[in-house]
Design a protein around this ligand. Structure first.
Ligand SMILES: Nc1nc2c(ncn2[C@@H]2O[C@H](COP(=O)(O)OP(=O)(O)OP(=O)(O)O)[C@@H](O)[C@H]2O)c(=O)[nH]1
Ligand SMILES: [Mg+2]
Length: 347
């Protein structure tokens, strides 16, 4: 999972990036256009940590998330290279500035997160509209390499998207059949991607409400959490509590991102390895097996499944079995978030 931090210049993207990753990237300098900070970090998961303390495995493998911290979006600057990089993410984290500070200049002069978010979302609509129009022009001039029927369908779809975008609606609002999605996949439209909003709060402010409907708005005291991230893990919890931070930014953001992207985690366990795996919500047991190894999907016999909560409450896998809570499931079983799974297979 790759998440891209976007927003206006000096909204605090790099500050939030540091809070999420502990990367300690430089903040405050006006980031040059081509620069991207990248960091892969472990997905924090207290369930997996509990499994680790129980099994004391030789290998411990959490799921990972990659964060990309981009330079600020400047309306009207449609730099192709910049947007090629931005397009690669699975979802956006829109960082909006919600902290007052004399020391930090705001590109529009005043702090107004709702206006700033609208500016970025509008810019993304226009970037997509640009791409649609350019492609339609090429098709109009007959400059395409694809087969004629496919191009004809593509043209119809692009016309539909153009109408939506011109009316200020994102491409995600246009319902598409899987085959149509496939025709358009190479565009990687910005407005097709799920997003979250981080409202970057100052030291003690309450978040300013945003207009319109947004998937999830997560208030984060960016500067404070950046500093928390510099502390030793042991000290961090205590300091966080002192400041009234009940859950650290990294954990909240990943949780909401999983929800936005419709992803869930399941776990494999044993003395050899305790590991988290990511699958889309609705995945079957055989798909889950395939995430681990193609052999496990090919030779799939049964999945031994129990919910993490059942394991936690029972205290051990032995107790789970005795309580009759270790189920044998077939290939079509729909995996639940937090399932503990062992695949029985033969190849
Ligand atoms: N007071 C205060 N200052 C903050 C907060 N978050 C960020 N800043 C400051 O705002 C300035 C800009 O922060 P950055 O994280 O570099 O912002 P950015 O969005 O990455 O900026 P560009 O990459 O240049 O677009 C820095 O001086 C930060 O220390 C906050 O919560 N409170
Ligand atoms: Mg930055």
């Amino acid at each position: 999972m790759k998440l891209g931090l976007v927003g206006l210049p000096r909204a605090g993207k790099t500050t939030i990036f540091n809070a999420l990753t502990g990367a300690g990237a430089e903040t405050g300098g006006f980031t040059t256009r081509g620069r991207v900070n990248l960091r892969v970090v472990a997905v924090p998961d207290t369930r997996l940590e509990h499994l680790r303390t129980v099994y004391r495995p030789r290998r411990y493998t959490p799921a990972t998330v990659e964060y990309a911290d981009f330079a600020g979006v400047v309306s009207g600057e449609r730099d192709a290279q910049y947007y090629a990089a931005v397009r690669e993410v699975d979802a956006f984290v829109h960082v909006v500035r919600d902290f007052p500070s004399e020391a930090v200049e705001h590109p529009s002069g005043t702090v107004d997160p709702a206006r700033d978010l609208e500016e970025i979302l509008t810019e993304f609509l226009l970037v997509d509209l640009d791409a649609v129009q350019r492609r339609l022009e090429r098709i109009g001039k007959g400059r395409t390499a694809r087969e004629p029927e496919r191009v004809e369908r593509e043209q119809q779809l692009l016309e539909e998207l153009r109408i939506a975008l011109e009316a200020g609606r994102p491409t995600s609002a246009v319902a598409l059949a899987p085959s149509d999605r496939d025709i358009l996949s190479s565009f990687a439209f910005l407005t097709a991607k799920p997003y979250l909003v981080v409202s970057n709060l100052g030291e003690n402010g309450a978040p300013t409400p945003l207009r319109g409907e947004h998937p999830a708005v997560i208030p984060i005291r960016g500067r404070l959490e950046e500093e928390l991230c510099e502390l030793e893990a042991g000290e961090r919890e205590a300091f966080a509590r002192d400041y009234g931070v009940t859950e650290l930014a990294a954990a909240r953001l990943v949780r909401e991102s999983f929800r936005a992207l419709d992803l869930i985690a399941f776990f494999t366990y044993g003395e050899d390895e305790v590991r988290a795996w990511t699958v889309r919500r609705g995945a079957s047991a055989v798909e889950a097996a395939g995430r681990i190894h193609t052999d496990l999907a090919r030779g799939f016999i049964r999945a031994e499944v129990t919910a993490y909560e059942a394991f936690r409450d029972a205290g051990s896998m032995k107790a789970v079995k005795e309580a009759g809570q270790l189920r044998l499931e077939g290939r079509d079983y729909v995996v639940e978030d937090g399932d503990l799974i062992t695949i029985r297979f033969s190849v």
